[in-house]
Design a protein around this ligand. Structure first.
Ligand SMILES: Nc1ncnc2c1ncn2[C@@H]1O[C@H](COP(=O)(O)OP(=O)(O)OP(=O)(O)O)[C@@H](O)[C@H]1O
Ligand SMILES: [Mg+2]
Length: 323
């Protein structure tokens, strides 16, 4: 318990000390095979095409396949070499691709996986990512809710959740968002000295009428008005952005806004729907051909859908830069 608490404290210090140069975008989703790597790689290609220097980082450390999604070879150096050798910088392990403005850091290895990365390695990697000079950093995360995955997701300014219309994927996406919510809560309840109160409330949820994370924040702020309100404000800063991938019917397209409203009701946190991407066999066919779909099929509907999402993300950075 004390070990994990001190680690959480370290990350918050780190966050306070280092200003991110790039806009960091994390792509998570809880479930395997929903299209996180497809979205990460397509989005990165488009951001590069739009003129933004982009670094795509494969953080699916045990089963990285981002190079395959891009149809690129596997370079000699990748994230695992960075993690093992403190003398290496991220620039040393980043490789230029044949796509304009796009570099990658691959994660393919059978030696390390996200679950094995230790706190020191994680802090060093996060610090290097915050310090890396580029426009966008896209983090392709692994499936599941391992603490490291949640921490990498939380370090990003833009937190994208990829979900498919299958009930199991939606269920996993909620579980993932819940995991992210409680991971962030844990970090700040410690800083605001609310951990005993939260622990007490959570150990007797029925007595306090807690049915959702939003209920918990309500009760905490009633019990501890000052710090409880601060905690609520901090949690309000947590925004999820949803992408519905592999949509097959018009009804599927309605799921995005539905998940968004459940999210608001359940977490009490606004969740933005970024857009849907249809199911198209051309996706895996293009991976087989080593020609990413967004290059091979520029007239497809998928191309337009992924480009629209990429533009929305790029425009937000352009607007922020203009302020
Ligand atoms: N919109 C789509 N239409 C058709 N096939 C898709 C679509 N999106 C992804 N796929 C296919 O689904 C499979 C899983 O995609 P991908 O590897 O991107 O998922 P993932 O979430 O990264 O999986 P993992 O959790 O294992 O890393 C791949 O074969 C990919 O080509
Ligand atoms: Mg993947």
């Amino acid at each position: 318990m004390s070990g994990s608490t001190s680690a959480i404290k370290d990350f918050s210090l780190l966050r306070g000390q280092v200003d991110s140069h790039a806009t960091i975008i994390a792509i998570g989703g809880g479930k395997g095979g929903v299209g996180k790597s497809f979205v990460s790689s397509s989005l990165s290609i488009f951001l590069g095409h739009l003129g933004y220097k982009t670094l795509l980082v494969d953080l699916d450390l045990g089963a990285g396949n981002i190079h395959t999604c891009l149809g690129e070879g596997l370079p000699n150096l990748g994230i695992n070499e960075f993690l093992k050798d403190p003398k290496l910088s991220l620039s040393d392990v980043a490789t230029a691709t044949r796509f304009p403005n796009l570099s990658i850091i691959t994660g393919c290895s059978d030696v390390e996986d996200t679950a094995n990365i230790n706190e020191e390695q994680k802090s060093r990697l996060m610090s290097a990512l915050y310090g890396y000079k580029t426009d966008f950093i896209v983090l392709d995360l692994s499936a599941g809710t391992h603490q490291s995955t949640l921490d990498f997701f939380l370090m990003a300014q833009r937190k994208l959740v990829v979900v498919t219309p299958e009930p199991s994927s939606i269920e996993n996406a909620y579980r993932f968002m819940k995991g992210v919510f409680y991971r962030r809560l844990k970090r700040f309840e410690y800083q605001l000295h609310l951990e005993n109160l939260v622990e007490g409330i959570m150990s007797d949820k029925s007595r306090w009428g807690i049915r959702s994370p939003a209920d918990l924040l309500e009760v905490v702020s009633k019990q501890e008005p000052n710090n409880g309100e601060r905690l609520k404000n901090v949690m309000d800063g947590l925004h999820f952005e949803l992408i519905l991938n592999q949509a097959r019917s018009l009804r599927d397209n309605e799921l995005g806004p539905q998940i968004k409203s459940v999210c608001l009701k359940y977490f009490g946190i606004p969740c933005h729907f970024l857009g849907h991407i249809e199911y198209d066999n051309a996706v895996w066919q293009s991976v087989r051909k080593k020609r990413p779909l967004v290059i091979e099929y520029p007239h497809s509907r998928l191309y337009a859908q992924v480009l629209a999402i990429s533009r929305r993300i790029a425009n937000a950075r352009a607007k922020a830069a203009a302020l």
